[in-house]
Design a protein around this ligand. Structure first.
Ligand code: CU
Length: 502
């Protein structure tokens, strides 16, 4: 069992020794925090929209809200048809979907369909601004395998702030090809888990971007929310449970383990099912990454899902100057300590009806020999005045500029994108529109669990990762897609670029 004191160790996370103005004081926070595992996990409401002339249609309103995360105090939030987060939208491969997204905020927003293959002007990036009071009506066809995608706000320089307050939701794609034996009953044995760390000020309000350290490393919180509930508990009804993990945090990478070290069978990645299941004891999940896992529970089980610290890589950019910077960064970097996330209990779970499949799916692949070209993207961060000004994060030496197109990709070409991390910390690199395969990490082939379709890839400090994909279906010279770091404070700080498919 985990005591309340253990849970509160999380309070030290990323905050030890750091003066954060306005932060809820530890004793006050301790009083306001809910008892760990005292609240049930919330399951986001599932929406299948309505069929209108053969098109699946959803109406969504982005609005303000209030949510009682802490005892005795409401926190001001943002949500989509909800106070915090949004509904899980469910669509099928091959069908056309249409949305009416109404912005009921007093500021501009956008809604981006993360991981979804679609025309650029439907993408919901910073180019598709929804003015206050306006309605945005994107429409596209679902042309990709069953997978868990998600949607979130993506306005220029304000993505971090809006997602932090709650503008994100789940986007399930079905294709009717789920192998028998894989749990697929939403909210029963197929459970989405949106992991988010949050931080509160002395008034119980979200405390976003308070220090220079927040700008450099991204905003790290000391309260764990799963589907918007602090440290929840879930009573599982079946022995074989499918957990669809989404790291919806702004900046924190999790290394997920069960308290008793039990195995997780990973069956899917960002873009869908793996070719075959991969047994794992720990799963590293960077911001925006998804992992689809099967966990087996026995009667009487009571276990927690935890974060265990990762070994920190000390490999950086060439040269001695970097060593000094690395040392400084290590000192400033938030402490990585273990903490609990949520609890699972099983009383008398039902046994599974069918055996787990050993073959899951055909995963698309592209041969490097068919690549038309390799593009290189060097990630870096500037120190000093540029960092203070808020545009210290760069790709190929430049920070994001809406007036600049960084790459023009001919329609139908297979390309290798080589992502070089020249900075002293890791970055999750995300590409809009497509799903890719990882070719290699520093020349070495990817681990078995990284051999599925991905749209976000962790690139460690000093590491070079090559990915390969084909840019199909949608050419549009006037509307760009984005590529960027998914640490949202880095994205907002300039580590983002634009490409068009022509
Ligand atoms: Cu980054």
């Amino acid at each position: 069992m985990v005591s309340r004191r253990d849970v509160l160790k999380l309070g030290a996370l990323g905050l030890a020794g750091a003066a954060v103005p306005g932060l809820l004081s530890r004793p006050a926070l301790a009083r306001a925090l809910p008892e760990p595992f005292s609240r049930p996990l919330a399951i986001p409401p599932l929406r299948t929209g309505r069929l209108q002339g053969g098109v699946r249609t959803f109406d969504l309103t982005v609005r303000r809200g209030r949510r009682r995360f802490l005892s005795g105090v409401d926190t001001a939030t943002l949500g989509i048809d909800a106070d915090y987060l949004g509904p899980a939208l469910r669509v099928r491969r091959g069908e056309r979907v249409r949305f009416a997204v109404r912005n009921a905020l007093s500021t501009v927003t956008t809604l981006h369909w993360h991981g979804v293959h679609l025309p650029a002007r439907m993408d919901g990036g910073p180019q598709q601004v929804i003015e206050p009071g306006a309605v945005w009506r994107p429409e596209f066809e679902i042309r990709q395998p069953a997978s868990l995608q998600w949607y979130h706000a993506h306005p220029l320089h304000h993505t971090g702030e809006q997602v932090y307050q709650g503008l994100a939701g789940l986007f399930y794609i079905d294709d009717g090809e789920t192998p028998p034996g894989l749990p697929a009953e939403y909210g029963v044995d197929d459970i989405p888990l949106v992991l988010q760390d949050r931080r509160f000020d002395s008034d119980g309000q979200f405390l976003y971007l308070a220090t220079m350290r927040d700008r450099m490393f991204g905003v790290h919180g000391d309260v764990m929310l799963v589907n918007g509930v602090p440290w929840p508990t879930l009573a599982v009804p079946r022995r074989r449970m499918r957990l669809r993990l989404l790291n919806g945090s702004n900046a924190r990478t999790y290394n997920l383990v069960f308290s008793d070290g039990r195995e997780m069978l990973q069956v899917g990645t960002d873009g869908g099912l793996l070719a075959r299941p991969v047994a794992r004891r720990s799963i590293r999940l960077a911001p925006a990454e998804r992992a689809d896992v099967i966990v087996t529970f026995e009667p009487g089980d009571r276990v927690t899902l935890r974060h265990e610290p990762l070994p920190r890589r000390r490999r950086g950019r060439r040269g001695m100057g970097m060593m000094g910077m690395m040392g400084m960064m290590s000192m400033m970097q938030p402490a990585d300590e273990p903490f609990v996330i949520m609890q699972f209990t099983a009383e008398r779970p039902e046994p599974p009806q069918a055996a787990l499949p050993q073959r899951l799916a055909e995963v698309p692949d592209w041969s490097p020999r068919r690549a038309a070209r390799t593009r290189r993207f060097v990630l870096d961060m500037a120190m000093g005045p540029r960092m203070m000004r808020g545009d210290g994060f760069t790709i190929n030496g430049r920070s994001m500029d809406m007036a600049r197109i960084d790459a023009r990709v001919p329609l139908g070409d297979v390309e290798i994108w080589e992502i070089v991390n020249d900075s002293p910390m890791g970055h999750p690199f995300h590409i809009h529109d497509i799903q890719f395969r990882i070719l290699d990490r520093d020349g070495r082939p990817p681990a078995p669990w990284e051999r599925g379709l991905k749209d976000t890839v962790w690139v460690d400090a000093g590491e070079t990762v090559r990915v390969i994909t084909r840019f199909d279906d949608y050419a549009d010279p006037d509307h760009p897609y984005m590529f960027h770091c998914h640490i949202l404070e880095h994205e907002d700080g300039g580590m983002m670029g634009q490409f068009v498919v022509v």
